[in-house]
Design a protein around this ligand. Structure first.
Ligand code: GLV
Ligand code: MN
Ligand code: MN
Length: 424
């Protein structure tokens, strides 16, 4: 342990950690259902959360607005108007039955750092922008990073036709929300406007806890491929169709899921594969399932490894479908390469961590983040904050107040000592 006990909190900063935790709880109260946190893109809860975040940004001294895709954007001017910005942020959408820290911690901490500068009337030789991305998780339209892709100018217009499980298209949902689907291009920012994009996020894994460290330097964000699969067989009477004559789509999907799990489980290079959603039709006890849709999420430490694995898994699924006489439709809904964090930003994150008295520890991110989209217009840096037991995408997700405070101190120090990459 270095000079500061990682569990201790400096009394003068306790109020910052308190405020962060209080805001985490306020956002967590905005949920589709009170018992299971779910705050999904372009819903009533999205709107309510955005309004709350806008008030926090304004009270931190920022000019704030909602952009054309529903991101919440705040700007704190530098010592002169119109300077390029250091952009900070994270997402405020959630998965279903989510934890309350994944995304909001980075956003709320960034706002709290700006509030601190504003309180001290401190202006820096660059602007600070804080952005709350509207859709990082991709729960509703099965295509992730819609918020950050719009900002990076890489939003794919064909996504407007994607439909949620209720059959509502992204185009319709944007219109219903009061946004103009024809205007998304206006959310895009130019590379020259940004000095860097830096995100603080919970680790979502157990490594920092094992190292007894509250914070860490992120080296890279692992790539991911997501696919949507649909198997079509023949629905029929559960009592009359003999087993050899069936074309049961759900039994076929079960075999595919088993094959995906086995393939990843026996891989020795850190490959992970998940089927997180499945829907069987028509969905009755006494009807053979005629059609099944499911999703596949594949990640690996290197892009080459992931791509090879996807090819092999697709081949296995095709073989299963063929043998069972099921029609197969397989679409890639999301593909992101591994994104390295810029060495010069890693260096500045490390300096901020060391200056706060913690041992500098580097680790990669197995989870995806908005930096995967922002890399197209800015160098990306990330700070990880320890979370209890490495639990995430689960209601038990938890960050100690002391760690939230440590993250805030590191981020504030990083901002105050930030030096743009030489040559910019
Ligand atoms: C985002 O949380 C992801 O990694 O799926
Ligand atoms: Mn997440
Ligand atoms: Mn996240």
């Amino acid at each position: 342990m270095t000079k500061m006990d990682a569990e201790s909190v400096r009394p003068d900063t306790l109020s910052r950690g308190d405020e962060i935790v209080s805001r985490i709880n306020q956002l967590a109260a905005i949920s589709e259902t009170p018992a299971h946190l779910a705050r999904i893109f372009l819903t009533r809860e999205h709107r309510a959360a955005a309004e709350l975040i806008l008030t926090w940004m304004r009270s931190a001294g920022m000019a704030a607005h909602l952009d054309p895709i529903g991101n919440v954007c705040g700007r704190y001017e530098g010592d002169r108007p119109s300077l390029p910005c250091l952009m900070l942020g994270s997402h405020y959408d959630t998965v279903r039955d989510a934890g309350k820290w994944d995304g909001p911690l980075g956003l709320i901490t960034a706002i709290s750092c700006v509030a601190e500068l504003s309180k001290r009337a401190r202006r820096l030789p660059f602007a600070i922008e804080v952005i709350g991305f509207a859709d990082e998780e991709g729960v509703r339209f099965a295509s992730t990073l819609l918020g950050s892709r719009a900002v990076a100018g890489t939003f794919d217009e064909s996504a407007l036709g994607a439909k949620d499980t209720a059959g509502i298209s992204l185009r319709e949902a944007l219109t219903e929300f009061g946004l103009d689907p024809g205007h998304i291009g206006a959310a895009a920012r130019a590379r020259r406007e940004l000095l860097a994009y830096v995100e603080l996020h919970i680790e979502q894994g157990p490594v920092l806890e094992a190292e007894s460290l509250p914070v860490g330097v992120v080296t890279a964000i692992a790539g991911a491929t997501r696919l949507a699969a649909r198997l079509t067989g023949m629905a029929g009477h559960a009592g009359t169709v003999p087993m050899p004559l069936r074309r049961d789509a759900l039994a076929g999907a079960a075999e595919c899921i088993g094959a995906i799990e086995e393939f990843c489980r026996t891989d020795e290079g850190g490959l992970v594969g998940t089927v997180g959603y499945i829907h069987a039709m028509p969905g009755a006890t006494n009807v053979i399932p005629g059609q099944v849709s499911f999703t596949i999420d594949i990640r690996a430490p290197t892009d080459a490894h992931r791509k090879r694995a996807v090819t092999d898994i697709v081949r296995q699924i095709e073989a299963i479908a063929k043998r069972r006489k099921l029609a197969l439709q397989l679409d890639v809904t999301h593909e992101n390469r591994t994104v390295p964090c810029a060495p010069w930003l890693q260096q500045q994150v490390a300096e901020a961590i060391a200056a706060e008295g913690y041992r500098v520890f580097e680790l990669p991110s197995g989870a995806g983040h908005d930096g995967m989209a922002m890399i197209d217009i800015a160098d990306v840096g990330m700070v990880f904050v320890r979370c209890r037991g490495g639990i995430s995408h689960h209601p038990d997700e938890h960050v100690d107040l002391a760690d939230a405070d440590a993250g805030a101190r590191v981020l504030l120090r990083l901002i105050e000592n930030f030096r743009p990459r030489s040559g910019t």
